[in-house]
Design a protein around this ligand. Structure first.
Ligand code: DGY
Length: 323
């Protein structure tokens, strides 16, 4: 019976799928991230046929080596796969898969939760109210910014970036501009969106900049001090992609010095650590990497990871093979 290792407790949906396929499933009994040494030791001892892994597992050549020649696939329960060294996996003869599509709506919704919350000062207003500072309606109290009819700038036009643009245009009558390495003329026609040839053009023009790029060497610190200075002083920056895309120290300085109006971010440069200066600021909203965290979506992510494993162990190409 094929053996699967799951690196941490996950929603039951995917586990049931694996068990129904006739596999023996072993789950890390401690509900915590395994260190590299712990992961290697599990893999060496268990001689698993596949592993269902998380974005918090760092998968390098040593880990793939430890998995052994019987191991066919590491199924990442995330759309992002910057935690895995894909070349090292290929060298070890192991496939890596991800979970695109099933989380698009949820992440887009969370992006809007952040965008509206920062523009309408929701978290700040909640703190204000709980602190007993509300003494009656005031014409100038906690004034925010409308998203309606503004320009939204999308950096990275994948599934999530396009869905965010769609909601902004259809729901808020916003104007969408975008930068991506690939131009998408159908998207432009559908949303009357316009392509910008550089991220800088988007940064200069947008009232709300929403980041949806994968983490690659080319996108590391895509948003740095220099690029933050290109943004309008009235603009907001939203990030639900990967933390290292933003230089967090530079962001803290930009927010302190009112270079931009606000930011709302779900991901951090050195998770779970957060640049301490950010924690002190009122003009930022921070959520702990939960953009895909709804019950339904997390179930679907585990199921899709399981489907990738089942395909790989049945001798087929997994539907979401990362190449
Ligand atoms: C992903 O899937 O890459 C998200 O960051 C976690 O859901």
């Amino acid at each position: 019976m094929p053996k699967i290792f799951v690196t941490r407790k996950i929603p039951e949906a995917g586990i049931s799928k694996l068990k129904s396929a006739g596999y023996e499933v072993e789950i890390n009994p401690a509900d915590k991230v395994l260190s590299k040494d712990e992961l290697i030791s599990y893999l060496k001892k268990g001689k698993y046929d596949a592993a269902l892994v998380l974005l918090t597992d760092k998968l390098d050549a040593d880990v793939f080596q430890a998995a052994g020649p019987q191991c066919k696939i590491f199924a990442n329960m995330a759309v992002g796969f910057d935690n895995a060294d894909i070349e090292a996996a290929k060298k070890a003869g192991i496939m890596v898969s991800n979970t695109p599509g099933v989380l698009t709506n949820t992440v887009a919704e969370h992006t809007f939760a952040l965008m509206l919350a920062i523009a309408h000062r929701v978290a700040e207003a909640d703190r204000f109210t709980r602190a007993g500072k509300y003494h009656g309606w005031e014409p100038m109290m906690l004034l925010g910014t409308d998203l309606s009819c503004k320009t939204i700038g999308i950096l990275g036009l994948g599934k999530i970036g396009s869905r965010v643009a769609y909601h902004a245009v259809k729901g808020f009558n916003a104007k969408a501009i975008y930068y991506d390495v690939k131009r998408d003329e159908n998207f432009e026609r559908e949303l009357r969106a316009t392509f910008r040839a550089t991220p800088e053009e988007v940064l200069r023009e947008a009232d709300f900049v929403s980041i949806h790029v994968p983490l690659l060497p080319a996108t590391h610190h895509l948003i740095n001090a220099e690029r933050l200075r290109m943004m309008k002083p009235t603009a907001y920056l939203i990030n639900t992609s990967r933390g290292p895309v933003i230089d967090e120290k530079a962001l803290a300085e930009a927010l302190q010095n009112k270079i931009i109006k606000g930011a709302a971010i779900d991901v951090f440069e050195n998770e779970p650590a957060i640049e301490p200066a950010l924690l002190k600021l009122e003009n930022i909203i921070l959520t702990p990497h939960i953009a895909s965290a709804t019950e339904a979506t997390r179930d679907k992510m585990t199921e899709l990871a399981a489907e990738n494993i089942i395909a790989a162990l049945s001798g087929q190409t997994p539907p979401n093979l990362v190449r």
